[in-house]
Design a protein around this ligand. Structure first.
Ligand code: PEP
Ligand code: MN
Length: 442
């Protein structure tokens, strides 16, 4: 800490500040300038002189070390990796997807969802048992019966489970059933609950309070860490702003900001963060792109009839689509590790697979031939004239939409549009004489 005295501060005021610092077991280093005196304070327990800024003669006291002792990168340079029921998260582990319903509603609803998210590649199963609802009249969750169902779903699918603890008295119950304890946004300032979770041995997923700054959130994490539980994961879930187009404002910048401040793993919840199904996918991909270690996604077999948060829950096909996008963008791949071998297929399927491989090869050769021609055309047109026949392309896309195959018109158009875009990017790159990689996504 640096204490800046007012210009012309009295000798007695300077001495009083130094005496206080030393009385608290810290060291004081005096630097007396022409105009004013500056006092450097050194020691571990800097909080003991937190009130020094209001002493007579002091202009300001500036903290130079982080107040988040245990969570900060100053305290620990190596990023924390936490293993939840066998699944690692943080410190460069592959993106962890935690998915499932907002609330556990019934055995059928939970098991259908668990099987589906498992099949699509999720790592953890979520499901609320105790729901901290804004209204006391809204569905409050099935309680212990839901914990029981979650544990059975884990038994069947092998997925560890994450669910919210709302009261310190539930700790013993949670230790029996749960792999990751969620502390909800409404409870981020519940210091009794944080301390209780800190005394347990189960990892904690600490959601950001919807009105909390990043500093306050990290101080909440300190409550858990300082009580003895070093397995804390932070979860950005949106904050309340003046914006009404979304349920909350998902602060994706919190991810890179936190990465500069803390070694703890960071998860993003785009479901509560946006409150709207159509926005969950784009923000999930965005979160992965800015460096999140995991995602928390609400999924429901029948979102319009969900007992809580139906508007923001993905349907099964929507969740599958998102997992495809995440894989396509590489976020779900294990860095530096081989993919697991694909399952053995029946012989008939195997021969169809070979045919598909042949077709894919032919497609690649056709695309190569197409690009050579496109390049010759661009060269023939001459430098500075690499315009495209947009009218012809539009007509081609229109015809592609009318196909008779099993693909939907939109899907055919997606493929063709990707070929056209990549071709334009290639022409531009050659026209500019640059050898850089393509930066646009198909
Ligand atoms: C939830 O995950 O279902 C939940 C209630 O989240 P939050 O605490 O972020 O509102
Ligand atoms: Mn919810």
């Amino acid at each position: 800490m640096i204490v800046v005295m007012r210009p012309g501060a009295e000798r007695a005021e300077i001495d009083a500040v130094c005496s206080l610092i030393r009385a608290e077991g810290l060291e004081a280093f005096l630097s007396e300038g022409q105009e004013r005196t500056i006092i450097g304070v050194v020691g571990i327990d800097i909080d003991r002189v937190a009130h020094i800024g209001s002493m007579p003669g002091v202009e300001q006291a500036i903290r130079v070390t982080s107040p988040h002792k245990l969570a900060s990168l100053e305290h620990q340079r190596d990023r924390t990796r936490i293993t939840i029921g066998g699944t690692p998260i943080g410190a460069g582990s592959p993106l962890v997807v935690m998915a499932g319903p907002c609330s556990v509603e019934s055995r059928e609803q939970l098991f259908d969802t668990a099987r589906l998210v498992r099949r699509e590649g999720a790592h953890l199963l979520r499901g609320g048992a105790y729901k901290p609802r804004t209204s006391p009249y809204a569905f409050q969750g099935l309680g212990e019966a839901a914990l029981q169902l979650l544990a059975e779903a884990r038994e069947e699918t092998g997925m560890p489970i994450v669910t919210e603890m709302t009261d310190a008295s539930q700790l013993e119950l949670f230790e029996r059933y749960v792999d990751l304890i969620q502390i909800g946004s409404r409870n981020m300032h519940n210091f009794t609950l944080l301390r209780a979770a800190g005394q347990g041995r189960i990892p904690v997923l600490l959601k950001r309070g919807f009105g909390a700054t990043i500093d306050e959130w990290l101080m909440a994490a300190e409550y858990v860490l300082s009580a003895g539980n070093s397995n804390v994961i932070l979860c950005e879930r949106g904050i309340r702003t003046f914006e009404r187009a979304t349920r909350n404002t998902l602060d994706l910048s919190a991810v890179p900001v936190l990465r500069e401040m803390t070694h703890l793993p960071i998860v993003v919840d785009p479901s509560h963060g946006t409150g709207r199904r159509s926005l969950v996918g784009p923000m999930a991909v965005g979160a992965a792109a800015v460096g999140a270690d995991g995602l928390l996604i609400e999924v429901h077999p029948d979102p319009p009839h969900a007992r809580s948060d139906g508007d923001q829950s993905l349907s099964f096909p929507e969740f599958g689509g998102l997992m495809d996008d995440l894989r396509r963008l590489e976020y779900l791949r294990r860095r530096g590790q081989p993919e697991p071998a694909p399952a053995q297929l029946p012989a008939a399927v195997g021969s169809m697979r070979e045919r598909i491989d042949e077709i894919d090869e032919r497609l690649v050769r056709l695309i190569e031939e197409r690009s050579r021609l496109a390049l010759s055309i661009a060269t023939a047109k001459g430098a500075g004239n690499h315009g495209h026949d947009v009218v012809r392309e539009r007509e081609l896309l229109r015809r592609a939409r009318g196909g008779a195959g099993p693909m939907a018109a939109d899907e055919v158009e997606m493929i063709l549009a990707a070929v056209l875009r990549a071709s334009r990017a290639m022409q531009r790159r050659h026209a500019l004489g640059a050898a850089g990689a393509l930066s646009t996504l198909p």
